[in-house]
Design a protein around this ligand. Structure first.
Ligand SMILES: Cc1cc2nc3c(=O)[nH]c(=O)nc-3n(C[C@H](O)[C@H](O)[C@H](O)COP(=O)(O)O)c2cc1C
Length: 315
């Protein structure tokens, strides 16, 4: 039997990716070594840890825990500060698109970070994280503030020239997704990433009858396989409501090639891997690429455009 060549390249708006698979922000993308590993891996792009204007130590440990169905974390944005990431990327020779994730703790800090990123040609795009659930005493995430976000974006696009995407929290009501999409449709946004961790989960160790992470009395953001249905639902609804030129990056619950297929079937143009990268390390990308390619081969698809967004309703 002659095997057809499978092309898993994609585009996020006008940004070309040799593979539709990349890392999710926050997982093994903080240090020099981790970022170098990602640059040398088969990912279609590299995304940094969400950074702030100055370094942060983050929350007290233990702040991450995983089990067979998912992960819980309350990292509190530990990062080396934007200058570390900009200096690292400035030194690297690579053709891979580089996405800088930023996560200011205030509106003003986000303006500062985006202005700074605009000065660096090595940054292909900015992923603006408006959905970090694990900051102690933070204002409400902008991703859940339908009143503030419109003005905030209006001000950003007065000066921003970089391709800009927004990392969104999960929404659980159709009207919230519709409302957010209507707001985002008014701006020259390149992409949205759906979804960040499900906020305010709890995991219990019944032996000790205690929570498993220290910060915030054990409450944290949930990732991994158990959040996949919510990620898929958010991707699907945003695909329906967003302007067609705004690409969607799917994130949430991917642990095998079939999961990638499901994200793209719902309308994602590319996917990010978080918890599974943490569990398995950098070799996860080769495995996923292989599984995804074999899955497409079996389905007789040769590229992701053959099925992207084509989810059918049950007849
Ligand atoms: C340890 C850890 C740290 C994370 N840090 C960030 C971060 O800095 N910025 C961000 O946008 N998302 C962060 N996330 C959320 C992930 O990028 C992702 O949205 C979420 O884990 C769902 O994907 P998954 O099911 O593949 O884990 C983090 C997740 C984990 C597990």
């Amino acid at each position: 039997m002659i095997m057809k060549k499978i092309d898993i390249s994609s585009t996020i708006n006008r940004i070309k990716l040799s593979s539709c698979i990349m890392n999710a922000s926050g997982v093994l993308c903080s240090t020099d070594q981790e970022l170098s590993n990602l640059l040398n891996s088969s990912t279609g792009a590299v995304l940094t840890k969400s950074c702030t204007s100055i370094p942060r130590k983050g929350n007290l440990k233990p702040r991450y825990f995983e089990w067979n169905m998912g992960s819980i974390n309350s990292m509190g944005l530990p990062n080396f500060g934007i200058d570390f990431y900009l200096n690292f990327l400035e030194k690297k020779k690579t053709k891979k698109p580089i996405f800088l994730s930023i996560s200011g703790l205030s509106i003003e800090e986000n303006f500062f970070l985006i202005k700074k990123a605009n000065l660096y040609s090595k940054i292909t795009a900015v992923e603006l994280n408006l959905s970090c659930p694990n900051i102690i005493d933070n204002e409400e995430e902008l991703g859940y503030n339908f009143y503030k976000i419109s003005d905030f974006l209006k001000n950003i696009f007065k000066f921003n020239k970089k391709p800009l995407g927004i990392k969104l929290p999960p929404y659980f009501k159709d009207k919230h997704i519709k409302k957010m999409a209507l707001i985002l449709n008014q701006f020259p946004i390149f992409f949205v990433t759906c979804i960040n961790s499900l906020p305010n989960g709890i995991f219990i160790d019944t032996k000790t009858e205690s929570t498993v992470i220290k910060p915030k009395k054990g409450f944290g953001g949930i990732g991994g396989p158990i959040i996949k249905p919510f990620a898929l639902a958010n991707i699907r609804k945003f695909y329906t409501y967003l302007r067609k030129d705004i690409s969607i990056i799917g994130c949430g619950g991917i642990s095998c090639g079939k999961d990638i297929f499901e994200h793209i079937l719902c309308g994602a143009s590319a996917v990010q891997i978080g918890t599974q990268l943490m569990k398995e390390g950098i070799s996860v990308f080769e495995r996923l690429e292989k599984e995804f390619t074999i899955f497409l081969q079996k389905k007789n698809y040769t590229s992701i455009n053959n099925f992207k967004g084509n989810l059918k309703s049950f007849q």
